[in-house]
Write a protein that binds this ligand. Structure first.
Ligand SMILES: C[S@@+](CC[C@H](N)C(=O)[O-])C[C@H]1O[C@@H](n2cnc3c(N)ncnc32)[C@H](O)[C@@H]1O
Length: 264
């Protein structure tokens, strides 16, 4: 499969070709994924920044005691965001991915997490079987990203959370239109508030819903490189926070999208 073919020219829409590339990537030394558990102040801040914003809204809608809440992470890789949710107090967190190697690393690094091998476009799960369903940087890999989102809406009882690239000129300039790994391409699908609402309403119709959307700047690699000369301590953390504070008035032009749908 390459970017000159249509994804529907293969019976599985190119999923198996993508899966084998990710499988090889996640088959590397598990130590390569230790950054998910780092205590480095700067890396921790950069990795958790978007999820901290999500957690604040989840607590608003679901209450402070999250011990009875279940969460499903879609395209969750080795489980970085699943661990974050578990550390934040969510009682039961299941990490899913289509890479068995990724889930193996996940189980080794955080035995508290459950894992399920799933294709995000067709999840073999009951309707409304998890309170919260979250994806971070995953839908844009799918040949049919909105289908993946529709699956999340179906499986979620209370909330669907999407952390993905934001549509608009900033993403087009700073980001890539296409991602390529070992000759396999995916289009980088970007979201906005209208798309989130239209895709949700089409499926959930007139059901009582609340939507929340955050647009922001987020470029961990760039900020990490910028503050690196200051070391890995509090000074560097302060500098990273200052960069994002300075960008806050320009968040309406940001490159990242956080979309949240709360079912009543
Ligand atoms: C960029 S990584 C993001 C991993 C993780 N969410 C994170 O933020 O660190 C994309 C993930 O999506 C997974 N993925 C891609 N297509 C998938 C599909 N059709 N079904 C399930 N997982 C998929 C890949 O295996 C990979 O783990």
């Amino acid at each position: 499969m390459n970017h000159l073919s249509n994804n529907y020219s293969s019976p599985d829409h190119g999923i198996e070709a993508q899966r084998s590339v990710f499988e090889r990537n996640f088959g590397r030394d598990p130590g390569d994924f230790a950054f998910n558990d780092t205590k480095n102040l700067v890396v921790r801040y950069l990795r958790d920044r978007r999820l901290n914003k999500v957690m604040e809204r989840l607590q608003h809608y679901l209450g402070q005691d999250l011990s009875q809440v279940s969460a499903l992470c879609v395209c969750g890789g080795v489980g970085g965001e699943a661990t974050y949710l578990r550390n934040a107090g969510i009682g039961e967190v299941t990490n899913t991915d289509f890479s068995e190697n990724a889930l193996g690393v996940c189980r080794a690094r955080d035995p508290r997490l459950k894992t399920r091998l799933l294709n995000a476009e067709t999840m073999d799960l009951e309707n409304e079987s998890f309170d919260v369903v979250l994806v971070q940087d995953g839908l844009h890999h799918l040949p049919r990203p909105v289908l993946g989102f529709n699956e999340m809406l179906r499986v979620a009882r209370k909330a669907v959370i999407v952390l993905e690239p934001q549509s608009g000129w900033s993403g087009r300039i700073l980001g890539r239109e296409w991602e390529e790994h070992e000759g396999i391409f995916n289009y980088v699908f970007r979201w906005n508030a209208d798309l989130l609402k239209s895709a949700t309403r089409s499926q959930l119709l007139k059901r009582d819903l609340a939507f929340e959307v955050i647009r922001l700047w987020d470029h961990s690699g760039f900020v990490h490189r910028a503050v690196h000369p200051l070391g890995n301590g509090k000074l560097s953390l302060l500098a990273a926070k200052s960069i994002y504070a300075a960008l806050t008035p320009l968040n309406f032009l940001g490159n990242q999208f956080i979309g949240m749908v709360f079912k009543s």
